[in-house]
Design a protein around this ligand. Structure first.
Ligand code: SF4
Length: 354
């Protein structure tokens, strides 16, 4: 049992990958691809031609030429046109995301992006310059985020700043606050008729994010966050969640399995043509198969049967059993409940490989 149905399926192809290797990235550090337009068309055609044993296909398709950094591919304009042409009417989608790498170096990109639907672009920080470069694992990433912010405002797109808090950035939060004021982001967005939003985000401990656990904030760290920063954050500190010690007690009572699902059921295809359901991180225990060697029929069969080890565990192992195995009863680390269950599933996945 899973929530994949015949009514609508997204197909996300990691054609070019991402210029960054963010330490919190739940998508992991898959290699960057160099897929061309013809390869994207061929993938789409394989999925669209697929039929089940009764001759029925998927009713509506959404195709995406990326699942990490949007518009990172050099043919990004053509690819957006192709996404619309390949998808069912009205099913190609843009989100409040742009390539901040491209915003910082492609002079015509911001104006093009402004002609599309979303008028907001999320921009990520891990603190000040060194810490953001460290967090995104790319020298110059922080400067790019600042330039991207400027370019967005110039064309009427509101930047939305997302700050990931780790133990490493705690000493520089006053500087970060000062930076937002110096850039006068609230007034400048008001002038373009938009609202500047800033929020403190939560980190999911799967993919690369699992390796960042040593930097995860603990309950006593909250006192070190300036009050003004909390007040300015759209959701306050809500996304940081509660201490693991509290959550584990609750999860030990949960007899149902995780049943994690996707609000928008999709498959994600990496540069090696490995295919994953978008239920959780694209890791081997979730992998549906390889489009080149296993073929689309086998992949769709595995998807609808929910037959990968991760999908089976997601529907059968009680959360209480996962909490008993992987919960740390005296941990002060902060999680929201869903993220802690993701960590348990990641730990279960690693163990299942042994
Ligand atoms: S979080 Fe986004 S920008 Fe960072 S590595 Fe992952 S996909 Fe790329």
């Amino acid at each position: 049992m899973n929530n994949f149905t015949m009514s609508h399926l997204g197909v996300m192809v990691d054609m070019a990958g991402c210029p960054n290797r963010c330490r919190h990235c739940w998508l992991g550090a898959h290699k960057n691809g160099h897929m061309n337009i013809k390869e994207f068309q061929e993938i789409a055609s394989q999925f669209k031609s697929w039929r089940d044993e009764n001759g029925k296909g998927i009713s509506e398709w959404s195709f995406f030429s990326w699942w990490r950094e949007p518009d990172y591919h050099k043919d990004y304009r053509h690819l957006w046109e192709l996404e619309k042409a390949l998808s069912s009417p009205g099913c190609a989608e843009r989100f409040e995301l742009l390539s901040t790498w491209r915003l910082a170096r492609d002079d015509s990109y911001a104006a093009w992006a402004a002609t599309l639907g979303p008028k907001v672009c999320q921009i990520t920080f891990f603190g000040m310059e060194d810490t953001t470069d460290w967090g995104m694992r790319r020298k110059g990433a922080f400067k790019d985020q600042i330039t991207a912010t400027e370019r967005c405002i110039e064309v009427g797109i509101a930047p939305r700043w997302q700050l990931f808090l780790t133990k490493r950035c705690l000493p520089e939060l006053e500087d970060f606050l000062r930076l937002m004021h110096e850039l006068d982001l609230w007034h400048r967005c008001e002038k373009i008729g938009r609202k500047f939003e800033f929020f403190i985000g939560g980190m999911t401990p799967e993919g690369c994010g699992y390796e960042l656990e040593a930097e995860r904030l603990e309950q006593p760290d909250l006192e070190r966050i300036p009050r003004e920063l909390v007040t300015l954050s759209r959701d306050g500190l809500c996304m940081l969640g509660r201490p693991e010690s509290e959550l584990v007690q609750e999860l030990l009572q949960e007899s149902k399995p995780p049943r994690m699902g996707a609000s928008f059921p999709s498959v994600a295809i990496d540069a090696d043509y490995d295919v994953y359901p978008n239920i959780a991180e694209p890791a081997s225990w979730w992998r549906l198969g390889n489009l080149e060697t296993d073929g689309v029929d086998q992949i769709m069969d595995t998807l609808f049967c929910g037959a990968t080890p991760g999908m089976i565990a997601n529907q059968t192992i009680a959360v209480s059993a996962l909490a008993g195995q992987y919960g740390v009863a005296d941990s002060q680390k902060l999680y929201n409940k869903g993220d802690l269950i993701c960590r348990f599933m990641h730990q279960w996945g690693i163990d299942s490989l042994k």
